[in-house]
Design a protein. Structure first.
Length: 328
């Protein structure tokens, strides 16, 4: 029986100092990976329509922005390219051309910000005329033929100076395939953060606006996971773990906190979560309407993702949250 006079949980909440003393989860700026969009050209800084405060930069403006980003204490970014339709083809050939602006941007950033961890994206969609993450033949996404292309992208990104490769395509066997290629080419230091449990989600809409990369036909349900499934996330994570992933990611984050917790309970490598574009857009839209306190909602969302078990968070809120944390 609970003796109300003896056990009073409110005592641990009675002042700010005591609340902080017993706080179980903490957020740090070093937990964040800031996803950023890069495009060709110069002097470009184009706001993404459905993501207020998030821009597509050309390399020159991106380097300026990175000064601000790193001054805030952010130590990792994830870079995504936006390619014009004219550069896309069925085989995503542009994804591994040595002189392509995405790879040149990676090298330039690494040169100017050697301490910044640069994560890159491995998937065909930004370069694919079909807008899919894999190679399409007769309306079908081919698994094993895609691996060959992903492998070329991985090697090119490693060569350009990427620290962490992020296979976001959800083809079977790609983590092991990429790990072997990297090791054979002596890129044993290049990490893989695998998009392990990546769901076929409506929350990616704004991101596809940013990259102009929406699929030209159909959807991504033959490779991205069914939002109804949990067991399958364990299987995907198990395979990626065995294939040599250094970190496992869950995506999206907010509607999948149970999956984050599950993977954190089962695997002894760091779990990352991707607080995706639609989650950002939702909070921003409500805040702009005065329906939610944007800053408090942002911090609560990020804290909940950490509480669920994510060690690091990919989030478009990285800068705003860093400002809040730095003021404390
Ligand atoms: N391989 C594509 C990719 N890499 C990251 C995201 C989504 C990120 C976001 O919504 O913020 C997507 C979108 C998709 O699978 O269609």
């Amino acid at each position: 029986m609970i003796d109300l006079n003896r056990r009073r949980p409110r005592r641990n909440r009675k002042s700010g100092a005591i609340r902080d003393l017993v706080q179980e989860t903490n957020l740090q700026v070093s937990d964040f990976i800031f996803p950023m969009f890069v495009q060709e050209g110069s002097h470009q800084k184009v706001e993404v329509k459905s993501m207020p405060g998030i821009y597509r930069f050309s390399l020159d403006t991106l380097l300026e922005e990175l000064k601000e980003v790193t001054d805030l204490g952010i130590r990792a970014i994830d870079l995504f390219p936006n390619y014009p339709e004219s550069k896309k083809d069925r085989h995503a050939t542009e994804g591994y051309q040595e002189d392509t602006f995405y790879l040149k941007a990676i090298t330039a950033i690494k040169e100017k910000f050697p301490d910044l961890a640069i994560m890159t994206d491995i998937a065909m969609d930004p370069y694919s005329s079909d807008g899919h993450d894999g190679l399409v033949e007769n309306g079908v996404i081919l698994n094993d033929a895609t691996l060959d292309i992903l492998g070329k992208m991985a090697l090119a990104q490693a060569k350009a100076g990427a620290d962490i490769l992020g296979p976001s395509d959800m083809m079977d066997g790609r983590v092991g395939y990429i790990r072997d290629l990297l090791d054979e080419a002596q890129y044993t230091d290049v990490s893989i953060m695998s998009y392990s449990a990546k769901y076929a989600s409506a929350f990616y809409g704004p991101f596809r606006d940013a990259l102009e990369s929406a699929p030209k036909f159909g959807d991504k349900k033959t490779y991205q996971m069914n939002p109804a499934n949990v067991q399958e996330a364990l299987l995907e994570a198990q395979l990626d773990f065995e294939e040599g992933a250094d970190m496992l990611m869950v995506k999206p984050a907010l509607a999948y906190l149970d999956i984050i917790k599950l993977l954190d309970d089962h695997f002894n490598i760091p779990i990352a979560a991707y607080n995706v574009s639609g989650e950002y857009a939702m909070v921003m839209a409500a805040a702009q309407n005065g329906w939610l306190d944007g800053q408090r909602t942002m911090m609560e969302v990020l804290m909940s993702i950490r509480r669920a078990g994510a060690k690091c968070i990919l989030t478009y809120f990285a800068k705003d949250a860093a400002k809040v944390l730095n003021e404390r």
